[in-house]
Design a protein around this ligand. Structure first.
Ligand code: ATP
Length: 341
């Protein structure tokens, strides 16, 4: 039996996760869901922690995690997100942030040139090092002499495995994005591993771009890219760009993966969207497609394909939430997708 940990979270998280779960359940697979409804901001505010050690141990024993969104305007510091998302990411060593961007329908892309729309790329973002590793500190805080430092961590282990992962999933090409002309030491480490990996994969086309050129080239012609590999901060930004090029937040998906064990945490890219939470209008497609990616990686490729086709059909028919130009609510879109299955 395959067990999925489900963390609906906050804001629109529970609304979209409900639709994703109903959709997965409609497929009649032998899956068991372990719910962690209490892992949310409310629990953090009242108890000081949202994800207990016992929760973490239970999650570690499952086969994967489906997450909605975590965040709350009442929690302005990063402790809450760190104790849930970053804890799972770091302690389960989910070192790959896999961010596919595939244009689902022509009318969704902000790029209007007909010939430039076959966007189907994946940003592979290093997920455990870089500027987000939390190494640094502050001297003389809140004085005119305040000095802050956030160190960018690049390790032989971390860099080589993310580049190897990028090559392992490439269909035709890999592009590495960095800023090695300005960030010298880490840059050299990335460059060295990049060249070694490229030599080991002569059948794949390879290219390298500095991050400033990469954003221009992606807008110019996103269809040229298959796999793009980058460090934590560059990958963060590039993947939001590719998401937007492929239709925007409502449909974008992401997976945090341990490339060695295959364990994954799957989540829509969007956050808690407090401005529309509770109104029943959140687009559930990001959550539903995240669940489809989870199914595919758990060995149910056929069912995942069926869900994707159902989503395509529903978007084509204009049966969407307002963010994609439709008039339906979250539940109606979920129901339309299940009806199309
Ligand atoms: P957080 O702080 O949790 O990241 P946020 O509001 O800053 O929340 P998002 O949740 O990503 O960031 O939302 C950004 C904008 O996109 C908001 O206006 C939100 O309403 C809209 N949005 C996000 N997700 C969806 C969705 N699934 N359906 C419709 N609109 C969405």
């Amino acid at each position: 039996m395959t067990t999925i940990a489900v963390i609906p979270g906050d804001g629109i998280g529970p609304e979209v996760v409900e639709q994703a779960l109903d959709t997965v359940e409609a497929l009649g697979l032998d899956l068991d869901f372990e719910r962690f409804d209490h892992v949310n901001a409310e629990t953090f505010l009242s108890e000081g922690t949202a994800l207990s050690d016992a929760d973490f141990d239970r999650i570690r024993k499952t086969d994967g995690v489906l997450l909605g969104a975590v965040g709350d305007a009442r929690l302005t510091h990063t402790d809450y997100a760190r104790s849930v998302l970053l804890r799972l990411r770091f302690d389960l060593d989910l070192y790959v942030n896999y961010r596919p961007a595939k244009l689902l329908n022509d009318r969704l892309s902000p790029l209007r040139d007909e010939t430039r729309r076959a966007i189907d790329c994946v940003v592979v973002r290093e997920n455990t090092e870089g500027l987000y590793a939390g190494v640094g500190g502050v001297l003389r805080p809140e004085t005119p002499y305040e000095m802050t430092m956030d160190a960018e961590i690049n390790t032989h282990h971390g860099v080589s495995r993310i580049i190897d992962y990028a090559f392992s999933i490439a269909r035709r090409s890999v592009c590495m994005v960095d800023k090695s002309n300005a960030v010298r030491f880490g840059g050299r480490l990335w460059q060295r591993h990049w060249r070694e990996a490229a030599d080991r994969h002569p059948h794949l086309e390879t290219s390298h771009l500095y991050v400033d050129a990469a954003v221009m080239k992606l807008v110019e012609d996103p269809t040229r890219y298959d796999v793009i590999v980058a460090n934590n901060s560059h990958g963060d930004i590039l993947s939001d760009l590719t998401s937007q090029l492929a239709g925007g937040l409502g449909t974008s998906i992401s997976a945090n993966i341990n490339g060695d064990t295959g364990f994954g945490l799957y989540e829509p890219v969007h956050g808690t969207a407090p401005d529309i939470a509770g109104q029943g209008v959140a687009n559930p497609i990001g959550a539903i497609l995240s669940a489809a990616l989870m199914l595919e990686r758990l060995g149910h490729a056929e069912q995942a394909g069926a869900v994707r086709r159902a989503v395509d059909e529903v978007i084509e028919a204009g049966r969407t939430t307002p963010d994609l130009g439709g008039t339906l609510g979250t539940r109606d879109v979920g129901a339309a997708i299940r009806a199309a299955l």
